[in-house]
Design a protein around this ligand. Structure first.
Ligand code: UD1
Ligand code: UDP
Length: 365
């Protein structure tokens, strides 16, 4: 590749998982710039991560936001905005990460302009097309020129779909880089469970549960969301452990709309990365429908119960770090019983923490 690199991000997990790639570009003094679509924009979903991870500002912020329309409107506005910048800047390659609408728009805009596209975290599949993320990742993979597969399994999925071998690179997942680069700082940074979650909760390491759920198919559905909260209540009651739930803005909005609550569960604002990493590392068990949290718990050797019917990260379950339980309260409780008994001795399947270096080296050729 000749020319500059354009990194496109838009949401919390993209900021976190692209941070190791940004760091390598900076360390090597490369010609690169960032476009932020503005898909996430609240301070604690966006700016907090730039400040804490010491990331340079994006050269362009498209301020697309959530909008009142649906996926089409949001993606369409990003597509138009990204296209305009790419025509002006003429980068040699565009890098996108994950499976959000930002990824779909970035990959599509670049590929139509004949600009090379690198997809970080390629080859993940839930095989559930009801998820917007599944559609985004399938399309992004098939229009990309460099597919950075985190594991051999994800590479094999791509080859099975007819993607040419020369385009696929097993790099590990940049989430490992992010965890390794930040877990020490999170531990030694002086933050305590009390300073993170507020006084009065009396949280002790290994004596609380951490929960997150924000997926559209879970929290926009009153029955499914209520099932998740009931499951958390049952576990909190059976094991006499408090549950902390840093609440994604989508989930907060839907809890209010459906008038939902849960006994034994403390709902707090979304956390910055170092605080969240500490809370994850010290938890007795984590319950989640997040992709990144399934990976991070696996890396941190903390057992995980996934509140979904499928996962595009089956490596976590294969090594024994995770079970899939869906949203039925009884099944959530049963999953917690199983994982609370599980030895925490699995190996991290997502790489050695040098994915960012590999991705940049391959991109610049
Ligand atoms: C998006 C991604 C999802 C990813 C998640 C990470 C898509 C289709 N979905 O979902 O894959 O797991 O980000 O967190 O791209 N909101 C705010 N402030 C913000 C951002 C969102 O208040 O900074 C609220 C708005 O009410 C908005 C809602 O959250 O309507 C949903 O935001 P949106 O970006 O559309 O989807 P996410 O659920 O965040
Ligand atoms: N995260 C965070 N603060 C929180 C919740 C999550 O910093 O309050 C981080 C978490 O460590 C992980 C990422 O956000 O790296 C996961 O993002 P999210 O669950 O929003 O999206 P997904 O991974 O499901 O796409």
């Amino acid at each position: 590749m000749t020319g500059k690199i354009c990194i496109i991000i838009g949401t919390r997990p993209e900021i976190i998982k692209m941070s190791p790639v940004v760091r390598v570009c900076e360390q090597r003094g490369l010609d690169w710039f960032m476009i932020h679509t503005g898909q996430h924009y609240s301070y604690n979903m966006d700016r907090a991560f730039f400040e804490q991870l010491k990331l340079p500002d994006a050269r362009y912020n498209l301020d697309v936001g959530s909008g009142s329309g649906g996926h089409g409107e949001q993606t369409g506005r990003m597509l138009a905005g990204i296209e305009e910048v790419l025509i002006k800047e003429e980068p040699g390659a565009v890098l996108v990460e994950g499976d959000t609408n930002t990824v779909l728009a970035g990959a599509l805009a670049a590929s139509k302009l004949g600009i090379k596209v690198g997809h970080v975290e390629a080859g993940l599949r839930s095989y559930d097309r009801r998820m917007p993320e599944e559609i985004n990742r399938v399309v992004a993979d098939h229009i990309s020129d460099y597919l950075f597969a985190p594991t051999v399994r994800s590479r094999d999925i791509l080859l099975g779909e007819g993607v040419s071998d020369e385009k696929v690179f097993v790099t590990g997942n940049t989430v490992v880089d992010a965890v390794y680069q930040n877990r020490g700082i999170a531990n030694d940074g002086g933050e305590t469970l009390e300073s993170i979650c507020g006084a009065g909760l009396d949280l002790e390491p290994n004596r609380y549960l951490l929960a997150t759920a924000h997926r559209q198919e879970n929290v926009d559905d009153a029955v499914r969301f209520a099932g998740i909260l009931k499951g958390l209540e049952l576990i909190s009651d059976e094991f006499s452990l408090p549950v902390i739930y840093p609440t994604h803005p989508r989930s907060r909005k839907m809890m209010e709309e459906f008038s939902l609550d849960a006994v034994g569960v403390t709902f707090i604002e979304p956390l910055d990365y170092l605080s969240f990493l500490k809370l994850e590392a010290d938890a007795r068990l984590v319950l989640t429908d997040s992709g990144g949290v399934q990976e991070e718990t696996c890396i941190l050797n903390v057992p995980c119960v996934t509140l979904r019917d499928n996962t595009e990260r089956p490596e976590t379950a294969m090594v024994g770090a995770n079970v899939l339980v869906g949203v039925d309260p009884g099944k959530i409780l049963e999953g917690a019983r199983v994982m609370l008994d599980r030895a925490r001795d699995w190996e991290n399947p997502f790489g050695d923490g040098r994915a960012g270096e590999r991705i940049v080296s391959i991109t610049i050729g």
